[in-house]
Design a protein around this ligand. Structure first.
Ligand code: SF4
Length: 216
């Protein structure tokens, strides 16, 4: 295990305790596989605040695949408009929901292979569902996890998929599920993908800042 893993995670878990986390993370505390999946699809390239508002609005009308599929396309576009990329997301929600109903008896599948067999569900979404809806030991890797893990020197990888594989080799299992929630918040707050705020970073003494070209 890399020497800095425990000190960094100790500091960041304290800074971002689970009850302070936003949207998806709060939703993850009370897991409903369908809601976890749909909220994750809505959160792609969206701000947490918007995802939260849009998810609430949508789940008030449709909290099952059967109810969601019945929403007319134009109405669904309107409901999820503020999550951004609303046309593409509407198409994805419709397709994913149709697949759940048609192929999985209206249930969200419990395996990575089955989840990835549905167009619109990528590795990060699949892992978020497995980790937060089904409590499986996987590491959901998004851009924040990928960039931070490389900056910390925990991994040396070019893609999120590779990062996931390498992290499973160095990170103690008890941190797998939480890592995403912690680093997403840390990334949004301090370790910005383009220009990290190293001058106010609480873990700067443990971070070798690998590949950081510009910082604040
Ligand atoms: S020192 Fe800079 S690069 Fe390293 S974790 Fe902190 S903000 Fe990110």
């Amino acid at each position: 295990m890399k020497k800095t893993i425990l000190p960094i995670l100790k500091i960041l878990s304290k800074k971002y305790p689970s009850n302070s986390r936003t949207t998806l993370n709060r939703m993850r505390l009370k897991p409903n596989p369908f809601k976890v999946l749909i909220a994750c699809l809505l959160s792609l390239r969206a701000r947490d605040e918007n995802t939260e508002k849009v998810s609430k609005k949508l789940f008030a009308i449709a909290d099952t695949p059967e109810k969601l599929i019945k929403i007319p396309t134009k109405k669904l576009e309107k409901i999820i408009y503020s999550s951004g990329h609303y046309k593409k997301k509407t198409a994805t929600l419709k397709h994913v929901t149709g697949e759940l109903i048609g192929k999985f008896n209206s249930k969200v599948p419990k395996t990575r292979e089955e989840l990835l067999s549905i167009k619109g569900i990528g590795p990060k979404t699949a892992n978020i569902v497995l980790a937060f809806a089904y409590g499986k030991a996987v590491i959901p890797v998004d851009v924040h996890v990928h960039i931070c893990a490389n900056r910390f020197g925990w991994v040396k990888t070019k893609t999120a998929e590779k990062t996931e594989i390498e992290l499973t080799k160095v990170l103690p299992k008890r941190y797998w599920k939480e890592l995403n929630a912690i680093l997403v918040q840390f990334g949004k707050d301090i370790c910005d993908t383009r220009s990290p705020k190293c001058s106010i970073c609480p873990i700067s003494k443990y971070c070798p800042r690998i590949n950081v070209k510009r910082s604040r």
